[in-house]
Design a binder for this molecule. Structure first.
Ligand code: NAD
Length: 511
């Protein structure tokens, strides 16, 4: 019940060291200057929090800049201790923070915990990285000269994050930025403020324990105007923004106008090709998790299945059967697999897309309506839908952030790849096949045009070790593993002359 959630949330926040952040009680209603914290479990308001203003953001950036100037001279392996401590605190508090993610973002328990595990993983990765922020030594064309690259701290990194990964996305950015020697100012989604305050409490405690500057990681809570203030601030050399393509289109030109850098992680419209040779048992499991996990609210959620005509009927029948067993309900209930959508707008978008797909000639195979008896009243629970489409119409090309899976049919692999790449987004993709030629073609230069291309795995659930992100309208950014850390640093090329001559490059003579 609402009362229980209210009590539980206050208890968790206190246990995580975030105190009582609420500005007055929920009954005070829509007080100006405050934002509501809500739970999608029942749509209830958990309390109100004071919203910051653009002036507050400017002050936070000033403090972050001062902290950066101290932090950048701390050796990188010593900076790693801050992130190691953060990782330890996350380990100690995994259950509590995971529960708060479930309450505030509506994820089932296992996924809430998984999100915190992802934070722990990236902290481990970043600690290792803190001893590996190395550049190249390059052969100079001039005698008695040496060239090398150094990677230096960049400055204040602005992080803007979406509701659906309320804590992991911050940690992907913060763990790398902090070892890189940067300061972080984070503007979380206005739908997930409490998890942000909890993370802030943990990183503040980590900073206190290792003696790092207190302002090295800050959170600024507010609406889009607070995000805009971060975007416009010339003292923020990198804005890492995760959210809809709509948001990216607003943010990118404004950062570009001041010649700042953007790291964009925007919407996806992810597809899986299912070939005649596919292991269908495995494919069905991969598809169902990717399509309905997190109630279809992952950037990597599977939205399109492109299946060979010979196995179409078999696959659709198997998917329909699997969908019929999904338990929909409160994410806190251990048997639930599909929790609520984040809010009424999301549910309306789901229902409208199902209608539009049918108007386009699609056949509704299963679901596509509200789950009347599921979860608590006030929550937006829907029954995951599969729509068999005669063609890839406009609605299929859009990202509907809900458990709505379109099925398209193909005849040969070229057609499958063409359909696959025919959308504006380019985040994640998969092929289910046992044919090595098909698998290699799909992951080759003429295959999937996405940042992530998998074989015999669904589109969602990436590990942190790889670079994460996508092409085209997904924004082109890469976060997390591989060499994504380079985005958080500036590269200096140094040429050192240890000779007594001054030869000029390219053989130029001067005087
Ligand atoms: P959203 O775009 O509504 O909001 C994201 C963030 O941007 C929020 O913090 C919001 O306050 C902020 N924002 C909005 N307008 C802004 C502006 N003009 N200036 C500055 N900040 C602004 O997205 P959402 O509904 O929270 O999240 C869902 C979307 O995020 C989906 O499209 C999903 O695919 C995408 N997403 C992408 C990734 C990825 O890694 N590619 C990860 C998670 C989510």
């Amino acid at each position: 019940t609402t009362l229980d959630l209210n009590t539980r949330v206050r208890q968790i926040l206190a246990d995580l060291g975030a105190g009582d952040p609420f500005a007055g009680d929920a009954a005070a209603g829509d007080t100006p200057g405050t934002l509501a914290a809500r739970s999608p479990i029942d749509g209830s308001e958990l309390g109100r929090l004071a919203a910051l203003t653009p002036d507050d953001v400017a002050a936070a950036v000033t403090r972050a800049q001062a902290a950066f100037e101290q932090w950048r001279v701390v050796p990188a392996p010593v900076r790693g201790r801050l992130v190691r401590e953060l990782g330890e605190l996350l380990r100690d508090h995994k259950d509590l923070l995971g529960e708060l993610v479930s309450i505030e973002a509506g994820k089932i328990r296992s996924e809430g915990l998984g999100e915190v595990q992802e934070m722990i993983d990236i902290c481990e990765f970043a600690v290792g990285l803190s001893r590996q922020l190395h550049g190249l030594t390059i052969a100079s064309e001039r005698p008695g000269h040496r060239m090398m690259e150094q990677w230096h701290p960049l400055g204040v990194v602005g992080v803007i994050s979406a509701f659906n990964f309320p804590v992991a996305v911050w940690s992907w950015n913060a763990a790398l930025a902090l070892v890189a020697g940067d300061a972080v100012v984070w503007k979380p989604s206005e739908k997930t403020l409490l998890t942000a305050l909890a993370c802030q409490a943990l990183v503040a405690e980590a900073a206190r324990r290792v003696g790092a500057p207190a302002d090295i990681a800050q959170v600024v809570i507010g609406d889009a105007t607070v995000g805009e203030a971060l975007v416009e601030d010339p003292r923020v050399p990198l804005v890492s923004a995760t959210g809809s393509t709509r948001m990216g289109r607003l943010v990118a030109p404004r950062v570009a106008a001041r010649l700042g850098r953007c790291l964009l992680e925007l919407g996806g419209n992810n597809a899986a090709v299912v070939a005649p040779s596919a292991d269908l048992d495995l494919a069905v499991r991969g598809i169902v998790f990717a399509a309905v996990g997190t109630a279809g609210q992952r950037c990597t959620s599977l939205r399109r299945v492109i299946v060979h005509e010979d196995i179409h009927d078999d696959l659709v029948a198997r998917l329909a059967k699997a969908y019929s067993t999904l338990s929909i309900g409160s994410p806190l209930d251990s048997t639930t697999l599909v929790g609520p959508l984040v809010d009424a707008t999301a549910a309306d978008a789901f229902l409208a897309a199902v209608d539009q797909a049918q108007a386009d000639g699609g056949h509704l195979v299963t679901g596509g309506h509200r789950a009347e008896d599921a979860g608590a009243s006030g929550g937006q629970y829907v029954v995951p839908a599969i729509v068999d489409m005669p063609a890839q119409t406009d609605i299929v090309k859009q990202e509907t952030f809900a458990p709505l899976l379109y099925v398209l049919t193909y005849r040969d692999l070229d057609e499958a790849i063409r359909l696959h790449n025919e959308v504006a987004q380019g985040l994640s993709s998969a092929i289910f096949t046992l044919d090595v030629r098909e698998a290699e073609t799909f992951t080759s230069a003429i295959g999937s045009d996405c940042g992530i291309a998998n074989v015999n795995i669904g589109t969602s659930g990436a590990e942190i070790g790889g670079a994460f992100g996508g092409e085209k309208e997904t924004g082109g950014g890469r976060e997390s593993g591989s060499d994504a850390w380079k985005a958080y640093m500036r590269r200096a090329t140094n040429t050192i002359n240890y000779s007594t001559e001054l030869p000029l490059a390219q053989g130029v003579e001067f005087g």
